[in-house]
Ligand binder design. Structure first.
Ligand code: NAP
Length: 267
């Protein structure tokens, strides 16, 4: 049998990280070789997460883990503030980053693409690993060709740090490529409460709801004469992201450069 792909998970104690650990343990082609989180060092992954991860222990040191475990892939589900340094370190040590943490700029993605190519490794940055969400974005870009007036409402759990979501930004980028740039709404509209009309990218409005009870949800609403069209995706639990994460850990072994968006590996 072919050698397994060695994977470390950064942010492994978090909501997405622990789901990722379980998905890796279940997959026959992947091997969990390291787990990093901010406050855990030298304790058993099995004990903390209630899984069977053999002798793998938590570390709180990304660099040490990359050096000692020699992984092929580093999965990052941490925070916008620490993810950037982790990606830099992974590339420096020739480890392929698979990143679900959101909150980076196009310039940063371009720089990592260049760095990955120079190092001869692949990388994945995916604002959303759920296949249904990718289909939502694809259908939305198609709809925008015919119904160019569009607004997004995205709903997430109240512990999410960045707004709007990476998925909303990515959806708006895809829509802006599919439609002519245009203004929306009344030219003289005004807000009596600041922010009531939401954020704006190229005339399109985006509204971020943060409440307990939600996981990750998005509606893309198109308006036309006498009609509206709503394309909606719901991640009901975090398992929804795992087929995309597992696929990325395998596909990232096959090319050089940073791929931004799981759709580029799927469609
Ligand atoms: P979370 O539950 O807060 O998990 C983040 C974990 O990272 C926590 O355990 C945190 O530890 C740890 N951490 C913080 N700083 C660290 C550091 N310097 N080194 C190592 N670990 C560190 O967050 P989450 O809900 O899993 O989300 C994580 C990220 O994934 C967010 O950016 C979110 O938007 C994104 N996300 C992406 C997708 C996708 O499909 N791409 C889907 C869902 C979420 P402490 O709690 O002790 O600080």
């Amino acid at each position: 049998m072919a050698e397994k792909i060695r994977v470390v998970v950064i942010g492994a104690k978090g909501r997405m990280g622990r789901e990722t650990v379980q998905a890796i343990l279940k997959d026959e082609e992947l091997e969990l070789v390291g787990a990093v989180d901010r406050t855990l060092d030298g304790v058993s992954v099995s004990d903390v997460l209630g899984v069977d991860a053999g002798s793998v222990q938590f570390s709180n040191d990304v660099e040490k883990t990359l050096v000692e475990t020699k992984p092929d892939v580093m999965v990052d589900f941490t925070t916008p503030a620490v993810m950037k340094g982790n990606i830099d370190k992974a590339i420096q040590f020739g480890v392929r980053p698979v990143v679900g943490t959101t909150g980076m700029t196009p310039e940063e993605i371009a720089a990592w693409d260049q760095a990955c190519k120079e190092r001869g490794i692949g990388g994945v940055i995916a604002p959303n690993f759920a296949i249904g969400a990718l289909l939502m974005m694809r259908f939305a870009a198609e709809a925008a060709r015919f119904l160019p007036h569009v607004e997004i409402i995205e709903m997430h759990h109240d512990q999410k740090l960045d707004a709007p979501s990476g998925t909303a930004i990515k959806t708006l980028e895809l829509i802006s490529q599919a439609r002519e740039q245009m203004g929306q709404g009344h030219p003289n509209e005004h807000e009596s409460i600041a922010g009531a009309r939401g954020g704006e990218i190229e005339g399109m409005r985006v509204h971020s709801v943060r409440l307990p009870g939600y996981v990750a949800h998005q509606q893309v609403i198109f308006g036309g004469l006498g009609q509206t069209l709503t394309i909606r995706h719901d991640s009901i639990n975090r398992e929804s992201f795992m087929p995309g994460v597992v696929l990325s850990c395998k596909e990232v072994m096959k090319y050089e450069g940073m791929v931004y968006g799981l759709e580029n590996l799927l469609f």
